[in-house]
Write a protein that binds this ligand. Structure first.
Ligand code: 3PG
Length: 323
């Protein structure tokens, strides 16, 4: 995988579990448990002696799984990690020697940057993803948004205090590349080899990351007149206001009455998500879903609406970017 592909996949996975393992073998079970929960990566931190060996074993015993090396603070660790098979390097701060070595060796590197000057340094090296750490102590999503504002080309891996309590806040933001944290690899669960717990936590985090929510039902009609009739009926029955658009009329926010035969034998269901691109990645990888390219709507290069190819009980389904 090319350097940019690794970073793109990592951004689509969106969650970066941080593990400090005491036994290299544990990292393999941990990686498998995370994968079973839908998370296709782990960042193994150089906070324990066996980090490089753990990376080596996970690389050898998993497939379609990205292994990162975390808490890398000198070139020697970066070299060890890459020799062991690490797909990417994450640093808590900005060490020029590590960054330069990674660039020279075409290794994806994500340095820690919490000031505009550090971000400018990263940009001058051609980097597009930096780590905002410790995120919550540095002001959380608000501070990250302010920091991101002048630097449109840069996205942030946020870690440090990210948890199920604030994950959704970060997940919605365009400037967030991914969200990392140790809560996805709880030390207690690893110590007790409670791999089911790791898998369950991963599943819950993925659900929160994607944030699926049914938001409206679309009803197909044969003509604008029929659509007007149905809209009037729904509006007078439930007291919802009507919003007439060119191709459909919304009755409240829950009904969309198409002015013609839209997609789906009976109509469609709209599902909001925190990120259409991450949802596409997950649904493709874990549910074999394919998408109807003719239906794709984009804004600023980003998909805002796309239909799944299959129907559910006569209803088409489209994803919609949550506002
Ligand atoms: C890191 O190295 O990114 C942090 O130690 C992770 O912080 P957390 O334990 O709060 O997730």
């Amino acid at each position: 995988m090319s350097l940019l592909d690794v970073l793109e996949s990592l951004g689509n996975i969106g969650l970066v579990p941080l593990a400090a393992v005491d036994r290299a073998e544990d990292a393999v079970d941990l990686a498998k448990a995370l994968k079973a929960g839908g998370i296709g990566t782990v960042e193994i931190t150089f906070r324990t002696e066996c980090a490089a060996e753990a990376i080596r074993q996970v690389k050898r015993k998993t497939s379609d799984f990205l292994v990162g090396a975390g808490t890398v603070i000198n070139p020697d660790q970066a070299k060890k990690a890459v020799r062991a098979g690490a797909d990417y390097i994450v640093m808590p701060g900005f060490d020029e020697k590590v960054v330069d070595w990674c660039i020279e060796n075409h290794v994806p590197v994500i340095p820690g940057c919490i000031t505009p000057s550090e971000i400018m340094k990263a940009i001058s090296k051609g980097l597009s993803v930096v780590k905002f750490f410790p995120a919550e102590s540095c002001g959380g999503v608000k501070a990250c948004a302010s920091l991101a504002a002048p630097f449109g080309s840069v996205k942030f891996l946020v870690t440090g205090g990210v948890s199920p309590g604030n994950l959704s806040e970060y997940a919605k933001k365009d400037f967030i590349h991914s969200m990392g944290g140790s809560w996805l690899c709880s030390k207690e669960a690893v110590k007790a080899k409670n791999w089911n717990k790791i898998t369950e936590t991963a599943k819950e985090a993925v659900a929160q990351l994607l944030g699926f929510e049914v938001v409206h039902v679309g009803i197909n009609t044969r003509s604008p007149d029929e659509a007007a009739e149905i809209s009037k009926n729904l509006a007078s029955t439930f007291g919802f206001p009507c919003f007439v658009n060119s191709a459909s009329t919304f009755v409240g926010t829950g009904f969309e009455i198409n002015h013609s035969e839209g997609l789906g034998s009976n109509g469609h269901v709209a599902i909001d998500t925190n990120s259409v691109s991450r949802s596409e990645y997950y649904l493709t990888a874990h549910a074999g879903v394919t998408f109807d390219e003719t239906s794709r709507v984009k804004s600023g290069g980003k998909t805002t609406v796309v239909y799944l190819q299959k129907e559910f009980g006569g209803f088409a389904v489209h994803l919609r970017q949550r506002k």
